[in-house]
Write a protein that binds this ligand. Structure first.
Ligand code: CS2
Ligand code: MG
Length: 385
């Protein structure tokens, strides 16, 4: 879902509005409730427009609202860059680093295959890799996909039913990382995503069991709806923790950050109110030694990737950026100037965020609704996917 804003003088900016599996809700929110408020406004009043859309709606926060606001915000920053003739990172305050460290996803049906995939990522030049593997006895476990470069878990019109077994997972996950360190050494950065499936005490056990393998982070160890759970994990382990891809506001992050209950904040531009809001989150995180680690699965569009890379190039407390490659079709629909070299992404120097939209080509790919899977325990109980 892409929003295009055009000024009276003919300058265009684009913003990503993709909320995977709930796309049309954001489209309706934009079309019916946001766009009529934008007509005739000064495109340069980015902060005021943000406040207008956030405070002015009375109903605050939530993924649909914050994704819609993000789309407007990113499109306006893009316009500002084009009007100033400057790349976005320069508008934010200039370069803090040359390139942006990224991680890709290696996964396999078993430990053997996952380790071979990590090797493949290393040979592509990656310095950091997220690793996931199959769980014995579990059909369609999280993170093991047919696609090896992209990551598109929303596969069917109605949610795919998948299975989950926490005991089997807690048994295999440390074995995976033991093997990865044995096969690939200590220099590589390794990451892992538990995708919200553990209770706090289970997450504490996993974080502790993974300590010998020095993870860069353990992600979404337990659902963050209740941030208190992270205190329990912290009491038992020094494995760094990352959280926040499903957050949409600084208020979701506040307690976790100020309590130093996490090490990396994952909330990214498209789902957390755009550059204007994520900048506040990053500054707040910096005060508590928490670094950024933006979500960057392929179900976030190249527009979000482009904007995130400018942000990552500027933000002082940068940690890492997730990077899965979009399909060739997606790359063609969204021409962009960022590039990957030796494990890092480099944003370009074109004005704005450097990503454009080929509207003619996009017409060739009509919307086909897909929802994310759901997960159930072996006895049929609904679980977190
Ligand atoms: C995942 C996401 O990349 C990640 O860390 O947790 O890919 C997530 O599953 C999807 O973006 C959901 O649409
Ligand atoms: Mg994740």
């Amino acid at each position: 879902m892409t929003l295009k804003i055009e000024t009276r003088s003919g300058v265009c900016g684009i913003g990503d509005a993709t909320l995977n599996g709930r796309e049309l809700a954001v489209a309706a929110y934009l079309e019916q409730h946001v766009v009529p408020n934008l007509i005739g406004r000064d495109a340069g009043r980015i902060e005021d427009t943000w406040q207008f859309l956030y405070r002015g709606a009375y109903w605050r926060r939530g993924p649909v609202t914050m994704t819609a606001i993000a789309a407007v915000d990113v499109a306006l920053w893009d316009i500002l860059g084009k009007m100033a003739g400057l790349p976005l990172y320069r508008l934010l305050g200039g370069r803090s680093r040359e390139g942006v460290l990224v991680y890709g996803h290696a996964n396999g049906r078993d430990i053997e295959e996952a380790s071979a995939e990590v090797g493949r990522y290393l040979s592509m030049g990656y310095r950091a890799v997220r690793a996931q593997c199959g769980v014995p006895g579990v059909k369609k476990p999280y993170g093991v996909s047919r696609l090896k470069d992209a990551y598109e878990p929303a596969e069917s019109e109605l949610p795919l039913e998948t299975e989950w077994s926490t005991p089997a997972y807690l048994d295999i996950a440390p074995k995976l990382f033991e093997r990865l360190r044995a096969d690939h050494g200590r220099a590589l950065e390794l990451l892992h995503d538990a995708h919200h499936r553990l209770t706090p005490v289970e997450a504490a056990r996993l974080a502790r069991d993974l300590e010998p393998y020095r993870l860069f982070w353990l992600e979404d160890a337990t659902p963050a709806d209740n941030p208190d759970g992270f205190e329990l994990i912290r009491r038992h382990s020094v494995t760094p923790l990352a959280v926040g891809e499903v957050f949409n506001s600084i208020w979701d992050c506040k307690r976790l950050i100020e309590g130093r209950l996490i090490d990396f904040i994952r909330s990214t531009i498209v789902h957390a109110g755009g550059i204007t809001h994520v900048r506040r989150i990053a500054d707040f995180a910096a005060m508590h030694q928490v670094r950024t680690g933006f979500h960057g699965a392929t179900d976030l569009s190249p527009v979000t990737m482009g904007a995130a890379l400018h942000f990552d190039t500027w933000v002082p407390n940068f940690g890492i950026q997730e990077y899965m490659r979009h399909s060739q079709q997606t790359d063609e629909v969204f021409p962009h100037d960022y590039l990957f070299r030796d494990g890092r992404l480099y944003c370009g120097e074109s004005p704005g965020h450097g990503v454009t939209l080929d509207e003619k080509l996009a017409e060739r790919f009509p919307y086909s609704p897909k929802q994310l899977p759901v997960a159930r325990l072996e006895d049929g109980s609904m679980w977190d996917w």
